[in-house]
Design a protein around this ligand. Structure first.
Ligand code: CA
Length: 232
């Protein structure tokens, strides 16, 4: 599935260079040019990874990272920090505030792409290993194939369980019908997308009081939203 990287950097040359290389590595790239804009985008877009420059106008990368880590909704997003050459203090501070890795400027864009891919692989295997996951009251026990909503067991078919797993693994992200057909049903090409709609309708009914969280995004697909009133 295509991963989204948010690049928070104010230097246009660096943005252009990294955007080019990240896109070539099949990332979807979002850009923010100030710390405040970056944080807003992290909260609204929930990117899979953030590449964060330390030196930003206004709010610094360090402050952005700290804010991201203290919000439970964004706390697990991997952060790759860009630090200036020779600023060892920046590196230490960056890692202390919760950056997962850092690259020192001037860097090779290929190195940044490799680090980004490495962080995402680590994140992926960590989330796959977690057999018990909960997303605001909807929980999955992947070992025993049991799903619960507010602690109550749901009777799901295998396909519904796989669908729900896809939404929990990609919380708050829009999944297209094609993505679901590929990842849940294993279809290489887009088959009849009504298959997806039918299963989604049944899954939504089974979610009971959480049904409204499974949103239809017109012309795009579906997404599972956080519970309203959560720490957003
Ligand atoms: Ca900068």
């Amino acid at each position: 599935m295509e991963k989204t990287v948010l690049l928070v950097e104010d230097e246009p040359d660096v943005v252009d260079l990294l955007r080019f290389h990240l896109r070539r590595a099949r990332f979807k790239v979002l850009v923010a040019t100030t710390g405040a804009e970056g944080l807003a985008s992290i909260r609204s877009e929930r990117p899979d990874l953030v590449i964060l420059d330390i030196m930003l106008p206004g709010m610094s990368g360090i402050e952005v990272c700290r804010a991201l880590r203290t919000d439970p909704q964004t706390a697990t997003i991997p952060v790759l920090m860009l630090t200036a050459k020779g600023e060892a203090a920046d590196r230490v501070k960056g890692l202390e505030t919760g950056a997962d890795d850092y690259v020192t400027k001037p860097f090779s864009p290929k190195e940044v792409v490799l680090r980004a891919q490495g962080l995402l692989r680590r994140q992926q295997s960590a989330s796959e290993q977690a057999a018990l996951v909960d997303f605001d009251g909807i929980s999955l026990d992947k070992d025993n194939l049991v799903a619960r909503v507010d602690g109550e067991r749901m009777e799901l078919t295998t396909t519904e369980f796989r669908l729900l797993t896809a939404f929990i693994n990609n919380r708050s992200k829009t999944l297209t019908r094609d993505m679901l057909l590929r990842d849940v049903w294993g279809y290489a090409s887009s088959a009849d997308s009504r298959t997806v709609d039918t299963h989604m309708r049944r899954l939504r009914e089974k979610l009971g009081s959480h049904a409204h969280r499974l949103e239809t995004i017109r012309g795009e697909g579906y997404r599972l939203k956080p519970k309203p009133g959560g720490p957003e």
